[in-house]
Design a protein around this ligand. Structure first.
Ligand SMILES: [Zn+2]
Ligand SMILES: [Zn+2]
Length: 278
């Protein structure tokens, strides 16, 4: 094996030389024409064939094989690029999908923010509504009081009788006349009488009888007479038992509740406060 360059016959030293795969002759890299690109030297499987060995020996494992291998490599690279391009397309599609999702949820957040703003606006109205409600409630209470007064005013002449048993063929006028008679009063002091439904529908007692007297004085006379006589009993108006008959002012439901409440307080504290007419 020669230590000299096959081309210039100069001495071979260092790394910048190459050995022919056929004749094993060594040449300076700088002496080879055309020169070999540095990339080709790094290519796996590359073999150099000197100019002397290039003639008539096609197909050797020399630089002649470089082009097909390069083409194979390019083909492989193209295939990889195609795969990469496909991957990039997938990523792009995913990115598009993500962008669409972000836009969708962004719109949702905008809608939600708007709803919260609307809600906050409505919340600010609540104190005013509360104030209005208090005012309306106060007015309603006043109206209820006034209504109760008007209703009670309309009942001033009325007498309410409880405890008269209900019968299928009852004659209320006879019963009322008998009561007035027992009390020493005349039947000409009232206009009419009738039963009224119970305020509480579960009440199974006989329904109350309302007697419309000619005047408040006529009604007061009846109640005064009842007190003086200490009551009237059923057997005094033709019934067989001695249960008491109750005669009172005809109170509105509201005043009846107030009267019951007052009565309970009076019983509880044993006071003889007032015989108050409501
Ligand atoms: Zn040389
Ligand atoms: Zn050679």
């Amino acid at each position: 094996m020669s230590d000299n360059c096959k081309t210039c016959d100069g001495k071979i030293s260092g790394r910048h030389n190459i050995r022919c795969a056929i004749c094993s002759g060594v040449s300076h890299l700088n002496c080879i024409k055309p020169s070999i690109p540095p990339e080709m030297l790094k290519f796996p499987g590359f073999m150099y064939k000197c100019s002397s060995c290039s003639d008539g020996r096609p197909g050797d494992k020399t630089s002649d094989n470089y082009l097909p291998k390069l083409m194979d490599t390019l083909s492989t690279l193209n295939s990889k690029i195609d795969n990469l391009q496909a991957d990039v397309n997938v990523v792009k599609n995913q990115q598009k999908s993500v962008t669409e999702s972000l836009t969708f949820y962004g719109n949702k957040i905008d809608d939600f923010s708007k709803q919260i703003t609307d809600f906050e606006t409505k919340l600010k109205i609540i104190p005013k509504l509360e104030s209005n409600l208090t005012s309306v409630s106060s007015s309603l209470n006043t109206l209820q009081v006034e209504m109760n007064q008007i209703q009670q005013q309309a009942r001033l002449n009325n007498l309410e009788i409880n405890g008269i048993p209900e019968t299928s063929n009852e004659n209320l006028i006879t019963s009322v006349n008998q009561i007035l008679n027992v009390l020493g009063l005349t039947s000409s002091t009232y206009n009419t009488c009738f039963r009224v439904p119970h305020f509480d529908s579960k009440n199974k007692n006989p329904r109350s009888v309302i007697v419309k007297m000619h005047s408040q004085a006529d009604k007061d006379n009846v109640i005064a007479a009842v007190k003086k006589r200490k009551g009237v009993k059923l057997n005094e108006i033709g019934f067989s038992n001695t249960n008491p008959i109750f005669l009172n002012d005809h109170l509105t439901p509201t005043n009846k509740l107030l009267y019951k409440k007052n009565s309970r307080i009076l019983q509880k504290f044993g006071s003889c406060m007032l015989d108050q007419r409501l």
